[in-house]
Structure formats: C-alpha cells, structure tokens
Design a protein around this ligand. Sequence first.
Ligand code: IVH
Length: 682
Amino acid sequence: MQLSLPTDADPRETAAARIGELRTQIEYHNRLYYVQDSPLISDAEYDDLFRELQALEMQFPDLVTPQSPTQRVGAAPLARFAAISHRLPLLSLENSANEMETRDFDLRLKKTLGLAVEQEIDYTCEPKIDGLAIELIYTDGVLTTASTRGDGFTGEDVTVNVRTIRSLPLQLCGATIPSLLEVRGEVFLSLEAFQRINRDKEESGEPPFANPRNAAAGSLRQLDPRITAQRPLSIFCYAPGVVEGAVFTSQQGFLGAIAGWGLPVNPLVRHVRGIEQAIALYREMQVQRESLPYEIDGMVIKVDSYAVQQELGEKSRSPRWAAACKFPPRQAETVIEDILLSVGRTGVITPVAQLRPVEISGVTVSRATLHNWNEIALKDIRIGDSVLIERAGDVIPAVVRALTEKRSGAEKELPPPTHCPKCGSELVQIIDEVAIRCMGLICPPQIRRSIIHFASRNAMDIEGLGDKCVEQLLSLGLVKSVADIYTLTKDDFMRFERMGDKLAGNLLASIEKSKRQELWRFVFGLGIRHVGEQTAKALAQAFGSLEQIEKASMEELTSIRDIGETVAQSIRTFFENRENLAVIERMLKSGVSPTVKRKKVGGKLTGTSFVFTGALSRLTREKAQLLVEDAGGSVVGSVSKKTGYVVAGEEAGSKLVKARELGISILSEEEFLTLLDQEEIA
Ligand code: IVH
C-alpha cells in the first residue's frame, strides 16, 4: 500500500511517512510470523518491505531511529557487558519434585491463607522453559534495556543482543501502553536451532554446545551482536517487574495485557481451578514435552490472583505463591561399551559412544555423541567408563561427563583415528579445526552430496543431474564416485523410473557437454573444503591447468591473494589423496578436459568492476557475470568509489541508492547489454 501524497510534496516528508508505514507493517508481520506462527505474506514480500525501508533509511539517515526493524543488529562488538542492578530482584522458584510435593505446596498455601482443604485456589500454569531468565525494560513502549538475571540483584546489560530476537517488539503496540514496563521472561533456542548451531560448529571444527540452554546462554552472552543475530533466539515473557501506568490484578490479566502489546507469551499457558486440575495439566504437559520444538523442564504453578500473591509474600530467594513442578530429569547414568566412528555427509568423523542401554523418560538410549576428539580429551572419556548422559527432545543424546570416581583401571583410551572407517582414506585435521575429516572422493557417506555438488549449476552445470536423479543412480548402484558419471550409458538411464528416450538422451548430452566445462568449475565441483567459487577461479587463473593446481606447493598456493594457510593445506591434502587422484585420472581418461578462458586483456572492460542490484529480466545474474568476466571486467558485491558501473534491474535496493550518492554510473539492463555489444565489436 503506497501513500499517495501530492507530487509536489517534500521528498523527505514523503519518505518519513513511508518509513513510518513500513516499520508498522514490518513489526506487524514480525508478530504474525514469530509470535503467532501465522504469516500473511511470503518471505519474499517481507524482504521487499524490509529492503524498501533500508533503502529509504540509507537515503535519509537522519530518519533512522533505534526502534526501526533495520536496527536490530548494528552494534559493534562489546569489550564486556556493563552491570545492571534490578529494581526488584529476579527471584527463583521453589521446586516440587513430584505430585505429592505439589499437593503439599497447595495445602501449605491454604493453611497460610486460612482456607478450608476443600476450597480451591485459582492457578495459572505455565511451561517451565529451560533457558535463561532476563529482564526487559520498556520505557514509554520502547525497549530500552535488557539484562540477564545474574545473581538475582545485579545482571549484565545484554540489550544489543536481545534486540536481535525477532519475536520481541522493539516498540510495544496498542493504545494504552504503560509509561514503564519491566517484564521478565525466558530466552531460549529451539531444538532445531540448537542442532543446526552444533552441526555448523562441528563443520567448522569448533567445540559444540552441550545442550540448548548452554547454546542460548552462549548466544546471549556473546560480545559480538552480529553472531547473536545468526542464532535464532526466542523468548516467552511470564512475570512483571516494576510497572507504572498500568495495574494488573491477576497473572492471567497480566499475560493477556502483555500479549496484547505484542510481547510473546507461551500459548500453552492455562488457567485452572484447584490443585488436581493443575496436576492433570502437569501430566499432559509431560507428554507434550516430547513433541515441543523447544525444551521445557517442568510446569510452573502460580497463584493467579495478585492480591493473594501479595498476601502470601516471598521468602528470601523465591515467592511463596509459586512452585516449579519439575519433570523427571533427562539425564541417566550408564556405561560406554565401545566407541564407534561415524562419517558424516561432509566427511567429518564423529566418535559415537555405544552405551549399555538405559531408559531416559520413556526412551531407551543406546548411543550418544561424543562430538570430536578434543571433547573426548577434555572430558577424559574412555571405553568402559561410567558416564552421565543427557537427552533433549529428539536430539541425539550427549555424554555430559565421565564418572571418573567409578573407574576400575580397565578403561581404555581411544586415540584419534588415522584412516576413514568407510573408504580407508587417510584422515586429516585442518589447521585451526577440531574436526577430523575424510576428504576422499570415493567415501560412500559423502558420495550423494559430492555428486550433487559436482553437477550443480554453479559447478559443472550438468542439467538434469539433480537430487532425484542422483538418488536413483545411487540406489541402482550405478555410481560410486563422480568419475562414474562419465561412464553412464543411455541404457543405464533407461533403468530409471519414469525415464523416456528423449530425457535419457538429454541427460547424456549435458554430461557430454560438461566435459569441456571451465577449469574453475571443475575445481569447485571437486568439493575441496574451503575452496569456493572465488578460490576456484583464482586457482584456475593462477595455474592455468589442473595438472599445475595438483602439483602446486604450499608456498605457491599461499602466494595467491586470498589463499591462506588453511585453504592451501586443504587443497594440498585433497590432491595428496591417492584415491582422489585416481578418480580425477578416470575422469580425464573418459574425455573430461577442463578449459581455461584467458581474460580479455586490453578490452574496454578490463579493470572495470560491476555491481548488480535488483532483478534482471533478460539474463540471469550468473550469465551477466560471465559476460562481464569474458570481456575482462569483474563483478563485485558492494558499491564503493572504485565501482565502474552499477547495473540496476527491477526493484533495485540500497546499492542503487549508494551508487547515486557516490555518483557512480548507473546502467539499465538494456544499457548494460548495449555496452557489452560494443565491447564485442571493439
Ligand atoms: S516465574 C517470581 N515462570 O525458572 C517469578 N519462571 O527455576 C520467578 N522459568 O529463574 C520466575 N519458565 O528462569 C517463571 N513460566 C515461567 C518460567 C520460569 C522458566 C525459569 C526462570 C526462573 C527459573 C526458576
């Protein structure tokens, strides 16, 4: 919805109006997406709104305010967190370990309140989120401070990090917003996010987080907010601190009000009458726990009426009016019978503990991940050790620690492996990484991924050889490495389900065509760790042939711009693997002959850099990049004073704004093509 202002309106005013409108819309869609789980617009439409706002703010920087959705991440890394005193202490909760203790809690309250045993208390029951408590301060509806619980009295100022939590409004919405709202809540990570973070950590060779709570704490207490922004933290709010300008009479009323202002409140919160209803709900939540996308470790029962809460009062560290009814722990003790090696799809070798089977909240666990050899050494884990293991939802259980006090002396250490258990390749540990990996092109667990990557559009660009096709080739046993692609026949393809003569012919033709693909695409397609498209291009340009790249020494490799020790070592290790060389040799024997296009020197575009922004209609970005490079120019990602041309397609964004600011020549797609034509002639 565009604002239709008169054409002679002041552009700044028009922009300010549109900025206000975009911010409201973006925050509204954020709430629908992150809090209510019911988005109304597509991700692309959301991105369009966001980009439009960014572009306008870039054009009018003085209109940027901290509440703008573009300003969630923006702060530079901190040296340390400042201390923040809580106006009211953040209390903890008294635990109730079982249903009997929960009934005792209810009886205790009745006694204090002078109620008869048959009289029922109204409770609000909330899932106990297993994360970390924080306090948010909204001043006149604007999020001004967020602090950790700390010791309950003083916490750390984590405002810049909390601002990255997408579900949290930077500005409250609604008509009657209190002048001061302190609200407490729990920051947590979904199980999916936790697993992804650990997978990424494993991939990049960093030590993993032990559980989602630690991952959330590590992400929130991260001095660089840009890292926090990559961790999709969530929050549920559940308690008031100091409030001015609003009065609440019950927990139910409080949660309803804050939800109305846009704060995330757990949808599983229920209001019940009497302790038996609360206990029935506790049992229900324990079942629900298994299928929730985040960890809960109990149910919190709170007296609903704030007047009754006041009457009951507090002890030094916890209120008398609430109890945390804990679920049985998901930890158990067992014995490591053996340690097996598992090879991941990217070649990372993970030690997996084979356990004496043990039941953890209804699930029999017989394996647990040990992550990597650094973890094994750090935790001093040995075969035969008694260990404490922990599981969270469906997440693969992890070994928390070895119970070294229980050792008999017969336990055995497991040295890091030297060869891949699947393909026999020599294993490597790349500088600065803890992961031990197999870089073998013939390694079975990696084949699916390596063929899909090899054939992909940005690598060898073999049309038709996608996911499904590779799946069938593997299940029919037709390929065991990328080299087998080049020995496939039409009859092989005809064995596929739903394969016609024409399609089989097309597939063979695109495989044949790829034999003369450019060298950098071939090198990139090999899937050498740390060798992306740019590095592959640099290698092809510098060495000119596959043979020379294979032979290049560490010194020769590191002398190339942007290739450091780690990348060079990875390249060397890859080509030192005899099996890899054999696979490459087979491809060359099948007629694969990567080509090298010499950069045009002396053409009009030599030394000219291009930036593309917006959508092109007549050619793809990849094709446009090829045309520029063929003509001796280069394509870069961001606009600077050195940029030669900015090519602006449909709905160009902030790069176009920047180009205008810097006075860079701007070309339409048409003008770009004309320029290239002239270059062709030149
Ligand atoms: S109420 C006085 N509600 O559990 C109010 N706490 O073991 C105290 N927690 O420190 C907190 N979910 O970090 C409350 N729905 C919930 C909760 C919750 C998780 C955490 C919180 C607290 C800890 C106490």
